[in-house]
Design a protein around this ligand. Structure first.
Ligand SMILES: [Zn+2]
Length: 257
C-alpha cells in the first residue's frame, strides 16, 4: 500500500469522475492521500474531501502563485480551517521563480507569514520550491523553521548538493513523476543524498504524470511508476519503498492509525 503525499483531488480536472477515481485508487494500492490547498477555495475543498473520505487528509495554505490574492483576513480563515482534525499541515507554501505568477516580494512576504502560522500552530509545512532554492533556504533559516517544525520539500527539484544541505536540517523530501522522465539524469545522484527514512512519494495529480503516461491527466494510481523508479535507483524492492515511504508520510503528518 502506498501513501500519495501530494495530490490535488479537489481540482476541476476531476469534476467529471472524482468519486469514481477515488473509489478506484483506494480499492487499488493507495492507502492514503494528502490533498494540499493552493488558495482558500481549494483549502476548503480539501477539508471537505477529508471529511468525506476517512483515508484522505488535507493541508491548507496559499501556493506562491496565488499569494497576490492573499490578505491578513484570508489568512485568518486559513488558520481557522487548520483547526480541523483532518488538516495535517500548512501547504503548499513557498516560492516559484519559474512562473512568477505573483511578484517575488509578495511571494516572500506570504511565505514568511505562513511559516509563522505553522510555527504558531505547531504544524509541519509542505514547500513548493521552483528555481528559488537560495531564498527558500534563507527564509527558513531566518524564521528558525528547521528548529521549530517539520519541513517537507514537495516534488524535490534541487541539486544533490542542496539535498545534502537540507538533510543536515532533518528535512523530508517527496519524490514525484519527473524522476521517471528520460532526460532526468541527475535523479540517481539526488536520491543518493536523500535518506530512506526522510523520503516520501507523491503524484502531484493531476499534474506531473510519470512515464509512460506523460501528457495524460495524472491520478494517484500512477504512483506505481514513481515508486518503481525510486526502487531501481536506490537498489531496493518496490514493496520496501512503498512501505517505508508510507510510514514516513504517517510520521511526518502525525497520522496515528
Ligand atoms: Zn502541488
Amino acid at each position: 500500500m502506498i501513501f500519495d503525499s501530494h495530490a490535488h483531488m479537489d481540482t476541476e480536472e476531476f469534476n467529471e469522475d472524482r468519486a469514481e477515481v477515488l473509489e478506484r485508487i483506494h480499492s487499488g494500492k493507495i492507502s492514503y492521500v494528502l490533498n494540499p490547498g493552493v488558495d482558500l477555495t481549494s483549502s476548503r475543498d480539501a477539508v471537505k474531501l477529508a471529511e468525506e473520505y476517512p483515508w484522505i487528509y488535507a493541508a491548507v495554505a496559499y501556493h506562491p502563485h496565488e499569494t497576490r490574492h492573499l490578505s491578513l483576513d484570508i489568512l485568518d480563515e486559513i488558520e481557522a480551517l487548520a483547526a480541523h482534525p483532518k488538516v495535517k499541515a500548512i501547504g503548499e507554501i513557498g516560492l516559484d521563480y519559474y512562473w512568477d505568477h505573483s511578484p517575488r516580494d509578495l511571494q516572500q512576504f506570504w511565505f514568511r507569514q505562513q511559516i509563522r502560522l505553522a510555527e504558531k500552530l505547531e504544524m509541519p509545512i509542505i514547500i513548493h520550491d521552483r528555481e528559488a532554492h537560495g531564498d527558500i533556504y534563507q527564509i527558513l533559516m531566518e524564521e528558525s523553521a528547521f528548529d521549530k517544525i517539520k519541513v517537507l520539500f514537495h516534488c524535490y527539484s534541487g541539486s544533490a548538493e542542496f539535498a545534502k544541505q537540507l538533510r543536515e536540517k532533518d528535512c523530508y523530501f517527496s519524490i514525484a513523476g519527473p524522476v521517471t522522465y528520460k532526460n532526468n539524469k541527475k535523479a540517481a545522484g539526488i536520491l543518493a543524498e536523500i535518506p530512506l527514512d526522510r523520503m516520501l512519494v507523491e503524484t502531484d495529480a493531476p499534474f506531473l504524470t510519470p512515464e509512460p503516461f506523460r501528457g495524460k491527466r495524472n491520478d494517484p494510481s500512477y504512483i506505481d511508476h514513481t515508486v518503481q523508479k525510486v526502487a531501481e535507483l536506490k537498489g531496493l524492492s518496490f514493496e520496501e519503498v512503498a512501505a517505508v515511504t508510507s510510514e514516513n508520510a504517517k510520521r511526518f503528518f502525525g497520522i496515528e492509525e
